[in-house]
Write a protein that binds this ligand. Structure first.
Ligand SMILES: [Zn+2]
Length: 217
């Protein structure tokens, strides 16, 4: 009994930092399966699809995070279709401390999205709606978005980095800080090259690291 008591006491005396959550990043490669996303045909007449670029970036990001000792998982690791509710369900089963969705921009710029909620009822029942699950995490989502924007600007200047706030059904359903990032259109970025993939994934991984160290998530 005394042993148990001192064990419990020791638990209480542990510094708060010991209880800090280990970061776990959910990486969402946009589209998949029949949903191909943006298609781009290059000068050699090869067509590349957003779903494939997003998946290869997701894998590269997961590796870059692993090198930093940050755990992550991919919502899809192959060319399969996942609907919004499928994606939200995966993230619900394995709650991440940060959710990052990867897509392509139709322009030669980066877009970093956080979601936005139109004014509505606001009653206590609102917080139980799946479509409102992001609400308590919005400030954290914006905090990470700001770090990511700064890092992308620094690494890819003069490529423009735009922050957009708009209602995004997937992000709305995620109960964790969540951002979506669209990387530039393939006409301006050569995604087949390893160097670009490495640079992109390391810039995003560094931003995640910086955010986690700042106590985010
Ligand atoms: Zn997309």
């Amino acid at each position: 009994m005394l042993k148990l008591f001192s064990a419990v006491l020791a638990l209480f005396l542990m510094p708060a930092a010991a209880f800090a959550q280990q970061p776990l990043v959910a990486i969402d490669a946009g589209h998949g399966g029949f949903e191909q996303g943006i298609a781009y045909t290059d000068s050699a007449n090869r067509t590349v699809y957003e779903k494939d670029i997003a998946l290869s970036l997701a894998k590269a990001l997961s590796e870059a995070l692993e090198q930093k000792g940050i755990d992550s998982y991919l919502l899809r690791d192959s060319d399969v279709f996942l609907g919004i509710s499928d994606r939200a369900a995966i993230a619900e089963k394995r709650p991440p401390t940060l959710f990052v969705s990867l897509h392509l921009s139709s322009k030669n710029n980066f877009n970093v999205y956080t979601t936005w909620f139109p004014e509505q009822g606001g009653g206590p029942e609102d917080q139980y709606l799946y479509s409102n699950r992001q609400k308590p995490y919005l400030a954290e989502s914006r905090k990470f978005a700001a770090i990511l924007e700064g890092s992308l600007k620094q690494a890819f200047s003069p490529v423009e980095v735009v922050h957009i706030e708009m209602p995004l059904p997937l992000l709305n359903e995620i109960a964790a800080p969540a951002v979506m990032v669209e990387t530039p259109y393939p006409a301006s970025f050569n995604y087949s090259g390893q160097r670009l993939k490495d640079l992109l994934s390391s810039v995003i991984a560094n931003s995640i690291d910086e955010y986690s160290r700042a106590g985010g998530g």
